[in-house]
Design a binder for this molecule. Structure first.
Ligand code: A8S
Length: 168
């Protein structure tokens, strides 16, 4: 399963791009976590920096496009994103940033869920990886650090939401 996860999170890396992956354990069954992350049309259910999300095209089919209004305090106001993969059996979801007022050009990410059991309780390991261009004037290290920080906030919030759902 570790090898499978490694393959799923392999991104092709171009020149002046950076990539990284984050892992988070959640004390909730895979189905509960999946019910949140599969909703491409409702990222605000767990992403704290999303103020509003409007669908521009489609819904939950691959190719659907959403526009996000970013919360204040970040060096961005909007992001237009396209669903690139959604696999309800394998628990894989991926999207790409197409446009918007932000500095993360060519950003794409893949999130996968993996069943695990801790202290005999069903849990989920989330792996999220990304690739993005390094913006002019920033180093690879700064870019990675910035994106990793945002993803860590998203995954922490995802854990909080899942672990507090009534089914838990
Ligand atoms: C996600 C992940 C990221 C989102 C980034 C990294 C972004 O939507 C935010 C702030 C920015 O400054 C850049 O899964 C951008 O959403 C929250 C607008 C792209």
């Amino acid at each position: 399963d570790v090898e499978r996860a490694r393959l799923l999170h392999q991104h092709g890396l171009g020149e002046s791009q950076c990539t990284s992956a984050l892992v988070k354990h959640i004390n909730a069954p895979v189905d509960v976590v999946w019910s949140l992350v599969r909703r491409f049309d409702e990222p605000q259910r767990y992403k704290p920096f999303v103020r509003r999300c409007v669908m521009r095209e489609g819904g939950l089919e691959v190719g659907s496009i959403r526009e996000i209004e970013v919360a204040s305090g970040l060096p961005a106001t909007s992001s237009v994103e396209q669903l690139e993969s959604l696999d309800d059996n394998e628990h894989i979801v991926g999207f790409r940033k197409l446009d918007g007022d932000h500095r993360l050009q060519n950003y794409s990410s893949i999130l996968t869920l993996h069943e695990d059991v801790i202290d005999e309780r069903p849990g989920t390991t989330v792996v999220e990886s990304f690739v993005v261009n390094v913006p002019d004037g920033n180093s690879e290290e700064e870019t990675c650090y910035f994106v990793e920080h945002l993803i860590k906030c998203n995954l922490r919030s995802l854990a909080n939401v899942c672990e507090q759902l009534p089914s838990q």
